[in-house]
Structures are given as structure tokens and as C-alpha cells.
Design a protein around this ligand. Structure first.
Ligand code: BTN
Length: 337
């Protein structure tokens, strides 16, 4: 597909470009425009004025995601599927070869998408980013906590850049805006590490089940309009790669600071849930691997290691078992069939 031609049209923001300016040979230009339209891009043609870009394809476009991508590791191979069990499974399967470092798997639909602690992750077909990245991280970055931080920082920064909102990270793996979940990260370790990301993108409030509406949001809701998911996927890949490369070059210190700065509840009174015991106090420090430091009522610092912290909630708020997209109608129902 001629993505350079597409980008040329996109660059003039809705204006027409003369066919003669799009290529030397008019029939070839029209053939390329036909191909873009057949894929689903909205393009308007005028006998005199030429062609104008009117909107993205509704489905993910692999060529658009890859065009001119110069990432060092993540995104060296990109696979886009219509329907998979779980993108994490596909990425994990590729973990038998180090040559697959940086593989990105995207899908329009998952039939067995999963979240943390045995929950399912169900999103209407074509509504979200369902992405998994396979890497073979060396040293401390191999810790699940660091990889979760890497994914959540990339997503939080992406969401903030696509909306006026300030996205925050809720321990350990949720990205939220004003307390509403927009994304969840699931890191799984087999041969290699897989960072799985589910991000609510083109969903209106009504598209969420009534029971979730107060607790979740999407980029479309924040933005007031749907966005081009291929551009979003490309941007996310670039952010993940840049954070990953920087961690490999410089270590994880900057990631820890960025993650902590983006984390919710700092300096607030919180309840920290651990298996069997709940701790209360002022949240002093958060580290994705070291864990949580609280100051209790006797002004003593209590340290809880990351491995035992199930969740952190603001004091006086009910324990927020943050929801994934779980609870959506099954994909079949979403298609109306
Ligand atoms: C959570 O909030 O519990 C984490 C949800 C992670 C969902 C994503 S969607 C892409 C990838 N494939 C999966 O099966 N899960 C992750």
C-alpha cells in the first residue's frame, strides 16, 4: 500500500491535492488511491481538484503502523491479526527465538484476552489497542515490576499526549484518568517477557456496560472524537522502544522516577492491601520493584515489598478492584450477530 501517498494527503489536513502532485503517472496514482480506499481509508476524489483525505481506516493498517518506523528494538517485526485467543499467547510462542526480540502482536479481537489475577479482558471488536510486545530484557529490567512500569509509563504518556487529560498509574498496572481505568498492563514471563497492553480507544460511554460506566474511560471519551488507532499503535511502539532502549543504555533509575511521578496517591493517606492484612498510612515512596513505604500513625516507616502488595486505595474510599474491560458483551454480541 502506498502509505507515502496517504501521508501526503493527510499532511494537508482535509485539503485537496492535485493528482499531478501525487505522482508522475495519473493511472498509478488512481490505482494507489483505489487500494487505500479498498482497505478502508476515506478518500474523496474530484475531477479537477484531485484527492483529499477524509479519515482513517477503521481496522488497523500494518503498513501505516510500520511506515518509516526507525525504532531500535520494539517493532522490528509487527504482526496484526483479526482474531486471536490472546495477543500475549502469540507473542509468547515467538519467545523460542531470540531473533524475535521486539516483536509486536496486535489484534482486533481476542477470544480469550486476560487480565491480572485470572480476570478476563474483553473488548468490542476493533475498539481498542490489544497489543503484546516480546522482549528478552537483561539485568534488573528483567523484573516483572520494571516491565510493568515500562508499559504503564508509555501508555500514561501516550494517553496524556492524545487528550488534555493527565493520565496516572494506579499500582501496579492500571492507567487511569480522573480515577477511571483506561488501560491495563499484563506482563507474563515464559521464554522471554511479554508486555501485554489493553487500551480503551474508540469506545463511547454507552459502549461500556452500565455497571462499568463510572469506572472506565476511553481515548474517544476524553477526546470527544474517535482517533486513528494505527497512528496510536505506532506512537505507542515508539514510546515503548524509546523507554526500553534508554533503560538498557542507562539503567532503570529514570524509569522508576517517571513511574513514581505518574503514580496516584503520593503523599496521601492510603490503604495498602496485602494477603490477609491491610496497612494504613501516608504514602511516602513507591518503587515498582522495591515496593511501598508508608508512614503509620506513630510516624514509623513501614516497608511493604512489591511482591505482597495487592493494591493501594485512597483512605475513605472503598477498595477499588480496578476493572479491565471485563464485563463487556462478548465479541459476538458486539457485532450484533
Ligand atoms: C489488567 O488490567 O488486568 C491487565 C489487562 C491486560 C489486557 C491485555 S490486552 C492485550 C494482552 N493480551 C491479553 O490477553 N491481555 C493483554
Amino acid at each position: 500500500m502506498n502509505i507515502k501517498l496517504l501521508n501526503r494527503l493527510r499532511g494537508v489536513r482535509g485539503g485537496y491535492v492535485a493528482i499531478s502532485l501525487l505522482g508522475r503517472d495519473a493511472p498509478t496514482v488512481h490505482r494507489d488511491l483505489d487500494e487505500l480506499e479498498a482497505f478502508g481509508f476515506a478518500i474523496e476524489r474530484h475531477p479537477v481538484l484531485g484527492a483529499a483525505y477524509r479519515g482513517p481506516a477503521l481496522r488497523l493498517c500494518p503498513d501505516q503502523i510500520e511506515e518509516g518506523l526507525t525504532t531500535r528494538r520494539i517493532g522490528r517485526q509487527i504482526a496484526v491479526w483479526s482474531r486471536v485467543s490472546s495477543t500475549n499467547d502469540l507473542a509468547a510462542r515467538a519467545g523460542n527465538s531470540l531473533a524475535n526480540e521486539g516483536l509486536v502482536v496486535l489484534a482486533e479481537e481476542q477470544t480469550a484476552g486476560r487480565g491480572r489475577r485470572g480476570r478476563s479482558w474483553i473488548a468490542p471488536v476493533g475498539s481498542s489497542l490489544l497489543m503484546s510486545v516480546l522482549i528478552f530484557p537483561a539485568g534488573p529490567l528483567g523484573e516483572t515490576g520494571w516491565l510493568t512500569a515500562l508499559g504503564s509509563v508509555a501508555v500514561a504518556e501516550l494517553v496524556s499526549s492524545y487528550s488534555m487529560a493527565r493520565a496516572k498509574i494506579k499500582w501496579p498496572n492500571d492507567v487511569r484518568v480522573d480515577g477511571r481505568k483506561i488501560s491495563g498492563i499484563l506482563v507474563e514471563r515464559r521464554a522471554g517477557a511479554v508486555i501485554g497492553i489493553g487500551l480503551n480507544v474508540n469506545l463511547s460511554t454507552d459502549a461500556f456496560p452500565a455497571s462499568l460506566r463510572e469506572k472506565v474511560t476511553s481515548i474517544q471519551v476524553l477526546n470527544g472524537a474517535p482517533v486513528d488507532r494505527s497512528e496510536l499503535a505506532r506512537d505507542l511502539i515508539i514510546r515503548l522502544d524509546s523507554l526500553y532502549s534508554r533503560c538498557l543504555d542507562e539503567g532503570t533509575e529514570f524509569l522508576g522516577k517517571t513511574w513514581e511521578n505518574l503514580s496516584e496517591y503520593q503523599g496521601e493517606r492510603v490503604r495498602v492491601r496485602t494477603p490477609g492484612v491491610e496497612y494504613q498510612g501516608l504514602l511516602i515512596k513507591l518503587d515498582p520493584v522495591e515496593g511501598v513505604t508508608l508512614e503509620n500513625e506513630s510516624q514509623l516507616h513501614v516497608h511493604l515489598s512489591a511482591g505482597i502488595v495487592l493494591g493501594i486505595d485512597r483512605m475513605n474510599e472503598s477498595a477499588e478492584e480496578t476493572h479491565g474491560a471485563a464485563g463487556y458483551p462478548a465479541p459476538r454480541d458486539c457485532l450484533g450477530s
